[in-house]
Design a protein around this ligand. Structure first.
Ligand code: PRP
Length: 185
């Protein structure tokens, strides 16, 4: 069996980004991050669960010390829609006072989750807070969140894979794609 294949690939309508394209782009982002934070400490904050793959690969592309911490937040909303009303399910273990914080996300959709999160993190007295996201949907954005590092801008379609789920499935796909209509209709 093809080692790169998992069953869920068959349910993709279209592959948007292959494993190789994702790896290459994360490498470029890592180089930029490395240059920007030279001589400074760096704390990567991952937002569970979608950011797990991005965090793992981005962090390993950085040729320097970094710390990693995680938050779990729940966005109240119906189904796939964010509401911007957020509850912390698991907070950071790290004190952010005077730290350089880089939030690592898989996707900015409406921007509601991150705009809340950034305000929350800024209130903790960090030296800086920036955002690195692999994907961004400019057409869906309701709140401008000013992500400093963006992998790819994508159309307003339902995407899965590489951490992104539909009904908790497809997170383990190596690529990112749009889901075939028969899966959710
Ligand atoms: C996704 C993603 C972001 C958020 C973006 O998480 O990881 O945190 O949605 O959406 P927004 O820009 O519209 O606020 P989700 O709530 O699906 O949880 P998950 O990471 O556990 O899949």
């Amino acid at each position: 069996m093809d080692q790169t294949h998992v069953e869920g690939d068959l349910e993709l309508d279209q592959t948007l980004f292959t494993e190789e394209q994702i790896r290459h782009r994360l490498g470029e982002m890592a180089a930029q991050i490395q240059a920007d934070y030279e001589g400074q400490d760096l704390l990567l904050v991952g937002v569970l669960k979608g950011a797990v793959m991005v965090m793992a690969d981005l962090a390993r592309s950085l040729d320097r010390h970094v710390e990693m911490d995680w938050m779990a937040i729940s966005s109240y909303g119906s189904g796939t829609k964010s509401s911007g009303v957020v509850r912390i399910l698991k907070d950071l273990d790290t004190d952010l006072k005077d730290r350089h914080v880089l939030v690592v996300e898989d996707i900015i959709d409406t921007g509601l989750t991150l705009s809340w999160l950034i305000a929350n993190l800024r209130s903790r007295g960090p030296a800086s807070v920036e955002i690195a996201t692999l994907l961004r949907k400019p057409e869906a954005q309701q709140m401008e969140v000013g992500a400093k590092y963006v992998g790819f801008d994508i159309p307003n379609a339902f995407v899965v894979g590489y951490g992104l789920d539909y009904d908790e499935k497809y997170r383990n796909l190596r690529c990112i794609g749009t889901l075939a209509e028969h899966v959710y209709s």
